[in-house]
Design a protein around this ligand. Structure first.
Ligand SMILES: *Cc1c(COP(=O)(O)O)cnc(C)c1O
Length: 412
């Protein structure tokens, strides 16, 4: 459920007309709904009521400071993957003991920043990273809490670029290496293993791969106990999918129930790292048709949003629903919706039935709240879009549109 609905023939974000927003703030324009973020976070978090748990929102899905503040205010912890995301999370007011740090290539400086802040733990993804964390912790006289990210070799049945828990993926440690890593920590100072972790992929539309991964982690937990190693946390990562088109992903309550069933007698605190399921349908990208054009094989809608604004279609061939901001009931035609960038992969949709819209009209690209702006770039020297956070009738400029001067800001 989201709060982007038509009223009297115009698309609204909560109580604000998208047409008016586009007029005032220009396009391309990201519009987020605070009520939708809140609703998604609460629906997800409450699905695990009854389990001792902490929901750590995955910052990379949508890392706008206003969004992070909103979620922090609802009690969210954060899952970060860089020093920059740590900086954002702390600025947003997230308590450091609710921050977990994932990622295969944490550098010494980033590790030090996280130790200084006092984060809950590092999700460690290799033996070399473990040694680096121990070294940094020793140099600053601290004990680093860690979880090992276990690669359970489970097929999440999603796009290969967003599958992360199979043997061929770069993420985590296989089960054998993980056991050795925990055993090694027992004899070392400055390091305290307190949890186990996995994150098997993104946009999962079935519970089964999660259950399969969880069972492997529980078997692993048994082995740790046999070795006399006691941990307190289980982090199942993120990955729950959303509806972009006709997918029917499980509701968080179904996911929650599966976990409650499997963890009934397991004395571990559960961490979850949802990103897309919170942010994806909480935002849209608004774009204006710059030109229409046809050749003997195709009709094109050339719009002012491009792959630098929303790269998912170009990168993964992802589907985003596109609709008129002011529908006029016209016949549909087959279109490629493309941006102004000089790449053939610069498209938002291909071979899509859309009403025969005209130059100057507005389109809404739905489900753009996750991995939209956060993956955007300045390619083709395009200033990045403005981000608005709508809350009822209130409009917050969550990020101003970049200017040409911004493009040159760091250049000689
Ligand atoms: C990206 C990521 C997430 C969030 O994934 P979603 O599919 O957006 O829920 C969670 N944990 C880790 C380690 C990630 O890299």
């Amino acid at each position: 459920m989201h709060h982007f609905e038509y009223r009297d023939g115009t698309l609204f974000a909560e109580d604000v007309s998208i047409t008016n927003l586009a007029r005032e703030y220009g396009t391309p324009l990201y519009v987020y709904s605070a009520a939708t973020f809140t609703r998604h976070f609460k629906a997800f978090d409450s699905a695990f009521d009854g389990l001792d748990h902490l929901t750590c929102y995955s910052v990379k899905a949508n890392s706008n400071l206003s969004v992070l503040k909103l979620l922090a205010g609802l009690g969210a912890g954060m899952d970060i993957v860089s020093g920059g995301e740590l900086f954002r999370a702390l600025k947003a007011g997230v308590s450091p003991d609710k921050i977990v740090y994932s990622g295969v290539g944490k550098r010494a400086a980033e590790i030090r920043e996280a130790l200084d802040a006092g984060i809950l733990w590092f999700n460690v993804e290799s033996g070399a990273e473990l040694l680096e964390i121990i070294e940094v912790a020793r140099s600053v006289g601290k004990v680093a809490r860690v979880s090992f990210r276990i690669n359970p070799d489970v097929d999440p049945q999603t796009h290969p670029y967003i599958s992360t828990g199979m043997k061929k993926n770069k993420f985590g440690l296989d089960i054998e290496h993980s056991l050795k890593a925990y055993a090694m920590c027992a004899d070392l100072e400055n390091i305290e293993p307190i949890g186990m972790d996995c994150h098997i992929g993104s946009q999962l539309t079935s519970i089964e791969p999660f259950k399969e991964a969880l069972q492997k982690l529980l078997d692993f937990y048994g082995k740790l106990k046999d070795m006399g190693i006691d941990i307190k946390y289980l982090d199942l990562g993120g990955g729950l999918g959303i509806t972009y088109d006709e997918e029917a992903p499980p509701h968080p309550t179904e996911f929650g129930q599966a976990l409650k069933d499997m963890l009934a007698d397991v004395p571990l605190k559960v961490i979850l790292e949802p990103g897309r399921v919170i942010a994806g349908n909480s935002g849209i990208l608004v774009t204006e048709v710059v030109y229409t054009k046809s050749n003997p094989s195709r009709n094109f809608l050339i719009v002012d949003a491009a792959m630098n604004d929303l790269v998912r279609p170009s990168l993964y061939g992802s589907y985003h629903r596109i609709a008129e901001v002011e529908p006029k009931g016209r016949e549909a035609m087959l279109y490629d919706v493309v941006g102004p960038i000089c790449e053939s992969s610069d498209f938002l949709a291909r071979e899509r039935d859309l009403p025969a819209v005209e130059q100057g009209e507005l389109l809404a690209v739905f489900s753009a709240g996750a991995y939209g702006f956060s993956m955007s770039s300045n390619y083709n020297s395009r200033p990045r879009a403005c981000e608005l956070l709508v809350d009822g009738e209130k409009v917050i400029v969550a990020r101003k549109r970049e200017t040409y001067d911004d493009l040159l800001d760091k250049e000689l």
